[in-house]
Design a protein. Structure first.
Length: 297
């Protein structure tokens, strides 16, 4: 269409199924750890059974609607994506691009390094940047931007890369069962990827744009030696909420040790910190730090 319909059209992002949708939870507010949110969320809580089965299965609706072989489904999905969705956008054979997809999936939850991916796939760095942009535009990956503030002058500037669907990431990296995934070296990154995706879905399912509210931090502003990281920073109404995502049922207060770095940003206020983990009940670790079960998302 030649007419953009600017200002006269509403754009809705359709993500994969969220845990709330899979388990029939009707609560529909985006995740932000205010006292009001936590109180409202507690009125409709359900235990999320078989979490690793869900992480491995992924969130595409067809897998929850009909009996479908997991490997066959994702094999068909990748083939269809390559042959129909992006065929005209890439200047490479499907084997090379599939190799690229696999290299990216293996790095979900990590800081994006174009050069490393280019070296592994055997293409140029500009090509990798172009292909990452295609993956982002077509909803395969999400790039979590670093929090930008003049006070954080020793922060890493590169984004973190997350696959939007953990099932697809598992298929591409050949983790073929939930049990092998749970016990693997990539379990922590896959768990973090899954929870970041769930938080993004809580925004988009409420019709909100998360791109202006979600960030991360990694850098040396807190101390001279060694990097410190905050997995996810949610910004709302001038308040920064630091979120740590841990595949642990025994959270410790030191998991939020980097949170005070946000106090350097004088124009913002630091809100309560969260350790989002596999604990079974809400537990305050300090006055301004709470461990939450994943059911609160």
């Amino acid at each position: 269409m030649s007419e953009s319909l600017a200002g006269r059209v509403s754009i809705t992002e359709l993500s994969g199924l969220s845990l709330r949708e899979i388990h029939g939870v009707k609560f529909n507010r985006h995740f932000v750890p205010t006292a009001e949110y936590l109180e409202e969320r507690e009125k409709e809580m359900k235990a999320y059974d078989n979490l690793w089965e869900t992480i491995h299965k992924g969130s595409y609706p067809e897998l929850y609607d009909v009996e479908r072989d997991w490997q066959e489904y994702y094999s068909s999905y990748v083939s269809t994506y390559l042959e129909r969705d992006i065929n005209e956008l890439i200047s490479a054979d499907s084997i090379t691009f599939t190799k690229f997809l696999t290299a990216v999936a293996a790095r979900t939850g990590e800081i994006l390094n174009y050069a490393h991916i280019a070296g592994e796939v055997g293409v140029s760095e500009p090509t990798v940047k172009s292909w990452i942009s295609i993956l982002e535009r077509t909803g395969i990956v999400f790039l979590l931007q670093p929090y930008s503030a003049s006070a954080l002058n020793r922060a890493i500037k590169a984004p973190k890369l997350y696959f939007r669907d953990t099932g697809l990431a598992c298929y591409l990296t050949r983790w073929l069962t939930a049990d092998t995934l749970k016990c693997s070296a990539v379990a922590g990154n896959m768990f973090e990827t899954f929870m970041v995706s769930e938080i993004l879905k809580s925004y988009s399912n409420e019709g909100k744009d998360y791109r202006f509210n979600t960030f991360y931090y990694r850098g040396k502003d807190k101390c001279a030696s060694g990097e410190n990281e905050i997995d996810l920073i949610l910004e709302e109404n001038g308040v920064l909420y630091p979120i740590e995502i841990k595949m642990s049922g025994n959270p410790k207060a030191n998991m939020g040790a980097t949170n005070p770095v946000l106090d350097k940003i004088r124009e913002k206020t630091r809100g309560i910190g969260v350790i989002l983990c596999l604990i079974d009940k809400k537990t305050y670790l300090r006055e301004n730090l709470v461990a939450l079960p994943i059911e609160y998302v």
